[in-house]
Design a protein around this ligand. Structure first.
Ligand SMILES: NC(=O)c1ccc[n+]([C@@H]2O[C@H](COP(=O)([O-])OP(=O)(O)OC[C@H]3O[C@@H](n4cnc5c(N)ncnc54)[C@H](OP(=O)(O)O)[C@@H]3O)[C@@H](O)[C@H]2O)c1
Length: 271
């Protein structure tokens, strides 16, 4: 399968108002001259990015304000996105985490995380795959998971499980796709410097985080080269390899100590 070419093509990026999604949108515009559909809840941030990309990168940009934890918003958004048949690619990147004791995660917050990280991804993927299967058009889909999908992280237990779901879903679904011009890629970054990791609880883990520019560049590379599953960074890839060999209980036990220490330090700092 030849690689994807983004120039003058329309690409959807969810979660484009900050972090990885915003940076991937920037790189797709400036380095690949892609036209973009930017989706998130914060309209002001999306409008600012649209203005910047249209002015400085000379690409066309559409903004869709939608709350992906709400299924009606998800359906309204994807109806609008697919209407003109021009979509070439989609990056399903929007996501939320919870870093703390699972016992203290409010049920409503858990449901919102599940809706955003899992339900919306499946709902959008269903429509996107159906579109490319029906039209036979060339294109691709990138789903942003996390290394937490292969390495369950204590104190981010529910988040890790949402990321494991989308990894498994995509890895299996890819074998059901018949359109030879369409590819499905899952991206598994380790920690990245973004709003998600800016909170107090992550303070002690900052040294582990990858710069967002690098994570975005690697994600676009994986998408464009139609990788099936991709972990950015050599050390992460080596780590990922060993994580598959070692017992999960052992690795999760080690991670538990690191994350619990970070949590306790953050709590001490707050008192
Ligand atoms: N940061 C990390 O260490 C890391 C590591 C591995 C994987 N990831 C994954 O990378 C992806 C991007 O995260 P990030 O680190 O860039 O975090 P971020 O800076 O917090 O960005 C999250 C994006 O998702 C959007 N979003 C959240 N809830 C939404 C909702 N209900 N509806 C629509 N959009 C929503 C946010 O926009 P609005 O708030 O404007 O809606 C924002 O644009 C996530 O899937 C995350 O799980 C992150």
């Amino acid at each position: 399968m030849s690689k994807l070419h983004f120039k003058n093509k329309w690409i959807l990026v969810t979660g484009a108002s900050s972090g990885l999604g915003e940076e991937m949108a920037r790189q797709l515009a400036f380095q690949h001259q892609a036209n973009l559909i930017l989706l998130a809840r914060r309209k002001d941030k999306l409008e600012l990015l649209k203005a910047e990309l249209e002015k400085d990168a000379k690409v066309s940009v559409r903004v869709i304000v939608a709350d992906l934890s709400n299924l009606e918003d998800v359906d309204r958004a994807i109806d609008g996105i697919l209407k003109d048949g021009q979509l070439y690619g989609a990056i399903l990147n929007a996501g939320v985490t919870y870093f703390g004791r699972h016992a203290e995660l409010p049920w409503e917050q858990f449901q919102t995380m599940l809706q955003t990280n899992v339900v919306s991804v499946v709902r959008l993927t269903n429509r996107l795959v159906d579109h490319f299967e029906t039209t036979g058009n060339e294109g691709g889909l990138l789903i942003v998971s996390s290394m937490a999908a292969i390495l369950p992280i204590p104190y981010q237990s529910a988040y890790s499980a949402t990321k494991a779901f989308v990894l498994s879903f995509a890895n299996a679904l890819t074998h059901e796709i018949k359109n030879p011009l369409f590819s499905l890629t899952v991206y598994l970054p380790g920690g990245i410097v973004t709003e998600m990791t800016a909170g107090e609880n992550f303070h002690d883990l900052q040294g582990w985080l990858m710069p967002v520019k690098e994570a975005a560049k690697d994600g676009i590379y994986a998408f464009q080269s139609r990788k099936s599953t991709y972990i950015p960074g050599l050390l992460n890839r080596i780590g990922g390899y060993f994580m598959n060999l070692l017992p999960k209980k052992f690795i999760a036990g080690k991670m538990s100590k690191v994350y619990e220490r970070a949590l306790l330090k953050a709590e001490k700092g707050n008192n």
